[in-house]
Design a protein around this ligand. Structure first.
Ligand code: URA
Length: 234
C-alpha cells in the first residue's frame, strides 16, 4: 500500500494531511525518514508518526457506552449517531454499530468494521445473549418469570424463552437471546408495564465496562476479541 494511503487509513485523516506529515519529515519507515508519499508499505513495515507506531489492523472492535439521544446508525439526517459521537482516536472508515439500541437506550454497543462478525453475532442461530437493566412503571404479574420463560406473546410474534430477575421495586434484569425491534419494551408492555429506563449490560460474554462514562469508548481486550473470533468461526 502507498505510504500516504496507509497513514490515512490508520490516522483517519485526509490524503492531504498524510502528505503534509510526510513532507514535514514526521514519518519514518523501518527506521528511516522518508519524504516519498508513494513509498510502498509492506505488511511487516514499521511506520512511525512523530515516534508513535502506526499499526495496521484490518478490523477494529470498540466498546461504546452509548448515551441517550443518539441513534444506532452510521448516518442520520436528523439525529447524531453513535459513529458521530465516537471519540476521534477510534474513528476510521467503515465503522458501524453491531446491532441497534433505541435512541433512549444506554449501555454496551459494539462498533466495528467487521461485517462477518456483525452478521454472525446478530444471527438468531448464534443465540448470543444480551442482558439489560430495566426500570419500569406498573406491577408485573406474579407469574412474570414463567411468562418470560415460556415466551411472551407480542401479538404478531411469540418471543423465545427469556429470563427476568426482579431486583427491586420496579427494577429488573432481563436476558434475551434475540433482538427484535423494541423487544424489551414490548415484552413489558405485553405484561402491562412501561419501560422507563433501559441499559444494555452484556452482549454475549462481553460486559459493559463500568469504568467507562456514557459516551466513552475503549478497544475490546485481547480476550474479548478472541470471543468475537469464536463467534465468527462457529
Ligand atoms: N429492547 C428494546 O426495547 N430496546 C432496545 O434498545 C434494546 C432492546
Amino acid at each position: 500500500m502507498r505510504l500516504d494511503k496507509f497513514i490515512c487509513e490508520i490516522e483517519n485523516c485526509t490524503r492531504k494531511e498524510a502528505k503534509d506529515y510526510i513532507k514535514k519529515g514526521l514519518i519514518s519507515v523501518n527506521g528511516n525518514k522518508t519524504k516519498d508519499a508513494g513509498f510502498n508499505v509492506e505488511e511487516e513495515s514499521k511506520v512511525f508518526l512523530k515516534g508513535k507506531e502506526l499499526k495496521y489492523t484490518a478490523f477494529s472492535y470498540i466498546m461504546l457506552y452509548k448515551p441517550k439521544g443518539v441513534v444506532s446508525a452510521v448516518k442520520d439526517d436528523k439525529d447524531k449517531t453513535v459513529i458521530d459521537i465516537l471519540p476521534q482516536k477510534y474513528k476510521r472508515r467503515g465503522l458501524f454499530p453491531v446491532g441497534r439500541l433505541d435512541k433512549d437506550t444506554t449501555g454496551l454497543l459494539i462498533i466495528s468494521n467487521d461485517g462477518a462478525f456483525a452478521h454472525n453475532s446478530l444471527s438468531p442461530t448464534k443465540h448470543v445473549e444480551k442482558e439489560y437493566g430495566v426500570t419500569y412503571q406498573g406491577t408485573l404479574p406474579e407469574n412474570a418469570e414463567e411468562e418470560f420463560l415460556k415466551g411472551i406473546d407480542l401479538g404478531e410474534y411469540i418471543c423465545k424463552s427469556a429470563k427476568i430477575e426482579v431486583l427491586a421495586e420496579n427494577k429488573a434484569k432481563v436476558t434475551l437471546s434475540e433482538g427484535k425491534f423494541h423487544q424489551v419494551k414490548r415484552m413489558f408492555e405485553a405484561l402491562g408495564c412501561k419501560v422507563t429506563e433501559l441499559k444494555r449490560l452484556r452482549f454475549g460474554k462481553i460486559l459493559l465496562d463500568e469504568s467507562l462514562k456514557e459516551g466513552e469508548a475503549r478497544y475490546l481486550t485481547e480476550c474479548e476479541v478472541k470471543y468475537i473470533q469464536s463467534l465468527k468461526g462457529e
